[in-house]
Design a protein around this ligand. Sequence first.
Ligand code: PEP
Ligand code: MG
Length: 942
Amino acid sequence: MPATRYVFPFEEGDANDKQLLGGKGAGLASMTQMGLPVPPGFTVTTEACRQYYAAGQRFPEGLLTEVHTAMKQLEAKTGKRFGSSEDPLFVSVRSGAALSMPGMMDTILNLGMNDDVVEAFARAVDNPRFAYDAYRRLIQGFGEIAMGAEEKRFARILETAKETQGAKYDHELSIDSLAAVCAAYKKVIADDMGVVFPQDPMKQLEMAIEAVFGSWMGRRAVDYRREFKITPEMANGTAVNVQTMVFGNMGNDCATGVAFTRDPGTGENVLYGEYLTNAQGEDVVAGIRTPKPIAELQNEMPENWDDLQKVRHTLEERYHEVQDFEFTIERRKFYMLQTRNGKMNAAAFVRTSREMAEEGLLSREEALLRISPAHLEQLLHRRIDPSVDAEPIASGLPASPGAASGSVVFEADDAEARGRTGESVILVRVETKPEDIHGFFQAKGILTSRGGKTSHAAVVARGMGKPCVVGAEDILIDDREKVALIKGERVREGDVLTIDGGTGAVYVGEIQTVDPEFGPEMKTLLDWADTARRLGIRANADTPEDAAKAREMGAEGIGLCRTERMFNAADRLPIVRDMILARSEDERRQAIEKLRPMQKADFKGIFKAMEGLPVTIRLLDPPLHEFLPSIESLLLQLGSLKRVRDHIAAGETSPESIAPLVDPALRESLPPLDRLGREVPGAKGKLVIDELIEQAEAILQKVRDITEVNPMLGHRGVRLGITVPELYSMQIGAILEAVAELTREQVNAVCEIMVPQVTEPQELARVNELVKDVRTSVESEYGVQLDFKFGTMIEAVRACIRARPIAEITEFFSFGTNDLTQATFSFSREDAEQKFLPAYVEMGVLPENPFESLDIHGVGRLMKLAVESGRAVKPDLKVGICGEHGGHPRSIEFCHTLGLDYVSCSAFRVPIARLAAAQAKLREERRSREQREHPDYPFNVM
Ligand code: PEP
Ligand code: MG
């Protein structure tokens, strides 16, 4: 067997193999092979990194020999020599895993310099300032990254040098100052790390490669992978790219920049980016000097502007994606340093998808598949309410859209600590660094006073879809004192700020925000999605307003209308309580009848809002005690009444003396306080307060009577409907009367009645009898023929098992996967999410929270059983899902493959569901095409 090859020059690597070469390495190989001007170099593979760890953090055999050979080839290609004083070769060392992880890994520049080389180089380029600056950067980068020296120590030396010399910017430092800085840096390494900075360039290179491998398991990288659920299948180890240095900081005919082939903020088809003349790449990304907009390059270096335009088109034609690339101009010669798919916000993704499809760069199918539902979610971000007349106190560059308010914190650690407690925080910093990543995860927004739209803060926030404003230069931040000075106003830690990442505005205090809207691009793409998908999309909505919103978002019906939400309305709750606490059948019937017209009005409103589209109304589901006060609060009230009685018995009857004894929650329901001590008319010796105590005790007793040990598994849903048939009869009556009245009004109400918590066909058969009775009486009363469907929730395990006989009685199934997940795992949702699920997911016991992402292997199998059994007796049985999973993209894909008819989710997730359903269908088509084209694929052989 030939030995594994670990090193590939850019000319030779397989540009499609990101797993082996990493994204950056594959990009460099591809650009080199396309003929773009890439400085020569080579990639050490991710396999080498894996072997390094497998061998207990040692280089695999043969790796160093390959590296040495590759360096010799590099010398031959460039005509320069590594470590030589004459025409020396310098290289950069960068990490690059299969997936881009912005700022996650470390880069070291200018390798190959040492005390001798720097002097010779200074003479050769006739620019000692530049040479020493390059050496300074090498020692610093190398010291921090490869040797673990403290960054602050270097920064302090540089600041002191600038102060001593009276310089504002790094590039104003004199040669002597820079040489002194280099010496001081080397001393830091020797003092802190107890090792001297290696003068042997090959040693530098080996240590740098090892440092990149080491950074794969560094805290930042591990945190990032955990947060974004990057599994070893997606990226396993980092590659290392060793590339000839080109210098953008040799003089004013040099520049370096970062650009996107299209505007990543808006998606507009224009070159977008920033550059700095006489600077090195890291200066742009780190945001240390504020860069110039790319358009200025057209005047400053016109011939290189043409290079950029050419590159832009070549890249898009090759990748069919917007590219984010780095370039350097060394003495007017243009070089490409790297390219990767551009991270864009949702608006830009949507716009470029549509436009690239219309330009013929993508097919519609590709355009739809390229938008991730998570990106679409960004479009659901809020923005500042335009009707609010708020004056921003400062403004910066709009780096990632969305508005966010929160308490100011100045350190990533504080953002993490306070954010984890549920507090909304805004991370405010001069600039951010990769080690701040944990603060990003918990912050609601990020605000920096320095840096451009490609600074670390901007790129990371955009990737996460978090609101971000950068380069707000009016904000002076003192992070040691934890205070910011904004136009004379002091903002301390804990004060509230609002930022708008769409406009760059910063406000003091919390400013009202509004819901997002969809633009025309989004509408077009979702129209394409609607044509592509098979699954229907409905929404869960309980009010006419929610229904209207759902329709606006593209819902094709209501998949779940929960009637208990209506029972909780302020004007209903007292009647619902009367119904529950009724002492006789008659009292109960009276209360139920009072609810009928209210329910009918609710249903009419929803049917009207959804005219022509199906509305599934679920009969009452929760246990009744949910509508009653808790035993604790009743006991408190009773205690308060008893204190009032003792007070009155002691002869104190003035309202002023009674008032402080009354529980505030009781106050509104009591008669005037001066009456409490009076006798009840016709009841000799009994005072009003005595009667109130009697009533409270009766309520307490009733609540105790209906209290269950395990109410969620108790007297609820269809079980309540069967034992208190008046309740379901009233609801069915209100629904069918609403339909009958609308039919007369010529409104097309498409009605579906759904029964919750069913476990046994007999239950449904009985409710169906009620439905038939009510139907007969409503039809004769209104003189109309009613048309509606009768169906059931499938949310109990037994319902899945008994799906066959259940299907015989019903016309549709709707999976209640919230309850079905609880029941399948025997986990209580509330307790699980509070207590152990996060730990389970973190420890990898479960891959994901099954209440968010459908558990395909458990719950999914039960669903499959139910669908197959149900359709075995009723092939046209309509099946949907209305649990939370109906809005979760991967769960939607599963529902698609299971052959469901529709998914139902909250109105705001409807667009995501439309896209996810289309993607499910397109991926299915793609798979079957591949299987047709490659019938011998091993995965076809079972
Ligand atoms: C379900 O159980 O999935 C469901 C939709 O019902 P609820 O969330 O109201 O229990
Ligand atoms: Mg349920």
